[in-house]
Design a protein around this ligand. Structure first.
Ligand code: MTE
Ligand code: HPA
Ligand code: MOS
Length: 760
């Protein structure tokens, strides 16, 4: 591994607490006297009119305080973020199994649970649609169709030597954050409410609760300590539970807690959007891809949620790491009777990338070349134009790809695998390369802004608040590092405060892998302002010249690089006595970015993250099971400011991607009922299914970029390396049965492998 120049192994104060079980999540907050417990009564039919509902008997159960229906909502019964199409509580119709209808508020959970069984409801069934193509055919869309066009694909196909068409499917994915959705709210003075929420989007919770309660946003305070994982599942959907707790607390004037059990969470919440897609790819003699057409049918579920934005990111990533001069990409967000699907690490990017990889794989097999030959010939280069108009700069695609090719010694590896496959009748190996190119920034330009609040206390210690949420990605340690560097003091002097909407307002959700960049720059900005007032005090106090350069090194003052033997603590105390401002609010809005939705052109990303993974897998041809021998990656992280955290993100993302592509199988029946509704029926990667060896190398790069301290965003991109595992396993199947009719349908579960091995 290359050691990045700013090597730093600071992990922050969080992690020892996690390991010892001392970190505080929503369900760990000590409960106040008089706390009310909330249970949700949800729909058992995926699409129906509610003919009648009777909860009079349930309300009589001892301990039940009140049952809330849509009629009890004082403000608007509306939680839709992008499109106002989703009620908090179903009114007269239900649109998916698991849709909340009533809230039971009780003195304890048992009473609430008992009440659930005494509610009488009658439905008049309506047509249930679970398939996005069926929804599309019936004109059921959640948002208008989007189209990205560059060049003229239809015309260019006529001149292509090779043209191939096909279809792909990718299934959803359950977030399975360790901490389920939940919130705890209590009423405060002046008709206000305070909500402790497990959310990636404190402001989204604040805005939604204010709307539903019919009060101003300044009457709602949201506080987040940290999440036991979010993975996108709490970008939008946490607002539901925050608002429910707020509603009950607001009306009953008592603290109210709503924390989902695992099966409730799996049943009620949306997941990664499944996609069904059609592709057409055209290549010339030299295997250059000249034209590509793709149509995406996104399964959005019963309400828009974030699906329209996810759809857009799919389009942005539909050519992955390749330059294709003629592209027509069409995307439809289809309305079905499933829980509203939502953000999930990659945010539609992985779904788009899978299709182009399948198209390249399909073409390679038809032409009789290795997929990597096509991949390599079409990698992005500087000055290439992407289908949405952004021009590629500081491209690292080839460097990463070639690095892995060389380190893996591809010709030797190919030989070894071929020999293995000849020698072993019932074990076969396959390999695949997976390059990635992922755009960093919210695609919605407005969201690329952040604020921070920094206080220096009179004893020299520092408190930092940002709009970002720590969910395991290592935001807080990185914010501490940024502040420590900017102020010139030790990380141990700095505390990261909770995320709170009264300290830092108008937060963008912690998402798009941009939290660290956005909030880090805001922290830097705040620290710079403190430095300005503090340093001017020092100059006056020590009678220095205006031009003298003041810095703190290890908390000791240096003037023009000369140590002065006066400590930070001493000078801060003096500065306070002399009435110096030691607090500042920082702000950052990403420069250079823009996007015009009317033209579908612009420069939406501050930069791109590149990388390549090589995966080798072995399948058992009697059982259909498989093992991943190794994954070898060269990843562009710019100049890592925290190697340990970045490796954690790389490994976690890769394994989560492997889960999506190989074993995590969400199954709804035709009636829209979730069958994979518990950990007994939904399999996620465990210690036995992770690659036997993961070898990450950071790309050695001097390229400039807009990342915080040049340490590029790392949260989502590694997930997409998991796509390589799909193709490695599929190639192993073809090594056993070259005539296999195995389709491009992920996840490639052992069942699908087995059927693929023996079909014709
Ligand atoms: N890592 C952990 N441990 N837990 C999480 O919930 N979320 C991922 C990624 N890594 C997540 C995680 C997602 S979906 C995103 S967008 C980024 O972290 C968000 O953090 P960042 O913007 O600081 O990268
Ligand atoms: N990524 C992640 N989350 C988002 C985005 C995005 O581009 N836009 C809105 N929410
Ligand atoms: Mo991540 S899907 O942008 O929360």
């Amino acid at each position: 591994m290359n050691t990045p120049s700013q090597h730093n192994n600071f992990i922050g104060p969080e992690y020892p607490n996690h390991v010892k079980g001392r970190s505080i999540y929503v369900d760990d907050i000590p409960v106040m006297e008089g706390t009310v417990y909330i249970k949700i009564f949800d729909a058992t039919i995926a699409h129906a009119k509610i003919a009648s509902i009777d909860y009079s008997e349930a309300e009589q159960i001892e301990g039940v305080i009140k049952i809330f229906s849509a009629k009890d909502i004082p403000g608007e019964n509306q939680i839709g973020g992008i499109v106002p199409d989703e009620p908090l509580l179903a009114d007269d119709e239900v649109h998916y199994c698991g849709q909340p209808i009533l809230l039971i508020a009780a003195e304890n959970e048992d009473a609430a649970e008992d009440a659930l069984h005494k509610i009488k409801i009658e439905y008049e069934p309506l047509e249930i649609i679970t398939n996005p193509r069926v929804a599309f055919a019936k004109g059921k869309l959640l948002s208008p169709t989007r189209k990205f066009v560059i060049g003229n694909s239809a015309e260019v196909f006529k001149n292509c030597k090779y043209v191939f068409e096909g279809t792909t499917e990718t299934n959803g994915q359950e977030h399975l954050y360790l901490e389920t959705q939940g919130a705890y709210a209590y009423p405060t003075e002046f008709n206000s409410i305070k909500i402790f929420s497990s959310t990636q989007g404190p402001t989204a919770v604040q805005r939604t609760a204010a709307r539903v309660l019919g009060i101003n946003m300044n009457n709602v305070e949201v506080d987040v300590t940290r999440l036991g994982g979010g993975f996108g599942g709490k970008e939008d959907q946490a607002s539901t539970y925050g608002t429910m707790a707020a509603l009950v607390a607001f009306i009953l004037k008592r603290p109210a807690k709503c924390v989902l059990h695992r099966m409730e969470d799996m049943r009620m919440t949306g997941k990664r959007n499944p996609y069904s897609s059609d592709f057409k790819i055209g290549l010339d003699d030299n295997l250059k891809i000249l034209a590509y057409e793709v149509t995406f049918y996104q399964n959005g579920g019963a309400a828009a949620d974030l699906s329209p934005a996810i759809l857009e990111r799919t389009l942005f990533h539909c050519t992955n790491s390749y330059f294709i001069p003629n592209v027509t990409a069409t995307a439809n967000s289809c309305k079905t009777n499933l829980p509203p699907n939502t953000a999930f690490r990659g945010f539609g990017g992985p779904q788009g990338m899978f299709v182009i990889e399948a198209a390249i794989d399909f073409a390679a097999k038809k032409i009789g070349v290795e997929p990597y030959t096509i991949q390599q010939k079409n990698l992005l280069q500087n000055k290439n134009e992407l289908p949405y108009g952004q021009i590629i700069e500081n491209c690292e695609a080839e460097k990463c790809y070639n690095n892995v090719m060389q380190k893996a010694n591809i010709s030797q590896l190919k030989n070894e695998i071929e020999n293995f496959n000849i020698k072993n009748k019932f074990k076969k190996k396959g390999f695949a390369f997976m390059p990635i190119c992922f755009g960093i920034s919210f695609t919605h330009t407005t969201l690329n802004q952040a604020r921070a609040l920094v206080h220096v206390y009179t004893d020299g210690s520092v408190g930092v608040s940002t709009g970002g949420v720590e969910m395991g990605q290592g935001l807080n340690p990185k914010m501490i590092q940024v502040a420590a560097k900017a102020l010139g003091i030790s990380t141990s002097k700095i505390k990261l405060e909770t995320t709170n909407t009264t300290r830092v307002a108008n937060t963008s959700p912690s998402a798009a892998s941009s939290t660290t960049d956005l909030n880090g720059h805001a922290v830097q900005h705040a620290c710079q302002q403190i430095n300005t007032s503090f340093h001017s005090f020092i100059k006056k106090d020590l009678q220095l010249n205006e031009e003298d350069i003041i810095e703190f090194k290890n908390e000791i003052l240096t003037v023009n690089n000369q140590s002065k033997n006066i400590s930070w603590n001493e000078l801060i105390a003096k500065a306070y006595l002399a009435r110096t401002n030691l607090s500042a609010k920082g702000f950052y809005a990403t420069p250079t970015i823009n996007f015009d939705k009317t033209k579908e052109k612009g420069h939406p990303f501050s930069y791109h993250v590149y990388g390549t993974a090589l995966t080798v897998a072995t399948i058992d041809c009697l059982r259909g099971t498989y093992e991943i021998d190794f994954v070898k990656v060269c990843h562009d992280v710019g100049t890592s400011m925290n190697e340990k955290i970045d490796i954690g993100q790389l490994e976690g993302g890769l394994v989560q991607g492997i889960g999506w592509m190989t074993m995590e199988e969400i199954v709804y029946n035709e009636q829209g009922k979730l069958l994979s509704n518990a950990l007994s029926t939904y399999k996620i990667p465990d210690i036995y299914s992770v690659p036997k060896k993961i070898d990450f190398e950071f790309l050695d790069t001097q390229n400039d970029n807009l990342a915080i301290l040049k340490s590029k965003a790392v949260g989502e991109p590694p997930l997409m390396y998991g796509i390589g595992t799909y193709f490695a396993i599929r190639n192993a199947v073809l090594a056993f049965n070259s005539k296999s009719a195995i389709t491009y349908n992920a996840p490639i579960t052992p069942e699908k492998v087995l059927m693929g091995l023996y079909n014709k």
